[in-house]
Design a binder for this molecule. Sequence first.
Ligand code: HEC
Length: 288
Amino acid sequence: MDRFRFVIVVAALGCFALAFALSGIYPWWVTDAKGHEATVVEVTDVVSPDFKDVKERWPVAFDRAFAGATEAMTDKELAGVASDDPRRLASEAAWKRAYADAVKRGRDRYVAEACWHCHSQYVRPVIGDTARFGRIRSTDDDNNVLQRPVLWGTRRVGPDLTNEGGLRSNDWHAAHFANPVSVSPGSVMPKYPWYFEDGWEVRRSISRDVAKREGVDPATSYPYPGVHRTKAEAEAAMESIRTNIPPVLEGEKARLFVSPAKSPTADGLALIAYMQWLGTWTAPARRN
Ligand code: HEC
């Protein structure tokens, strides 16, 4: 029996040592001949539509969260801006800055929260794996700073996240981090309440006619994008919405109200941006 235990201990230590050594050797092995490892700026060169949607959805938190975020203009904001207006160029640069900032910060949260303890980032070259988790990432794609240390993970309590980008909506991720079972019944993933803060939002209730026609509760209401820090800020936003309502829709003014709401924090938005980035970058050597 003692001997058996000895073998188990030696085998376990051996596996640990092998994993430890591989995690060190692998980055060196995949670094290309010129010794170049893709930087954060390189891997976030193309700003994803999902990241732009983060700003549309949580504009107030977004502006506070990332470097240069206030200059990054959404497509709606750019609609009336001339094609040679310098604000367009400034906006493009600001988007890239904010995106690089967000993805890096989200990666750091992923490491700090030990998400890798339950999630792998390694689709194995076996049939079931590709059917469930998508494309196998090449070693070239691991040759970037966000894979230092390599985030293969330790076990698979949850799904592999190699190709998570674009699979779900930003809303889904926010709801999932707040309370996983709300969107994924039976999930054992923990809640992450510290990625949310209390605030206030402007909402509009639906008209009685619509409620009747659609067969929904007349108390139903929908939020305007943006959770504000204070009630006064939300009320100011409501006033500005009120003044823009055209006279024919006068009745709509009475349906606006301000109510408590939760918004992702800067780190929460960063984590969502990182989820949406996963699998969207391909090493230049593999593009054609
Ligand atoms: C205790 C293990 C555990 C931890 C820790 C954990 N998860 Fe999960 N995760 C799961 C399980 C199980 C699922 C599948 C059920 C579900 O969707 O909630 C999941 C699902 C997910 C999904 C949805 C994947 C998809 O598209 O189906 C994402 C994204 C995710 N986790 C991200 C994270 C992030 C980011 C962290 C760290 C902040 C984290 N998880 C921490 C267990 C975990």
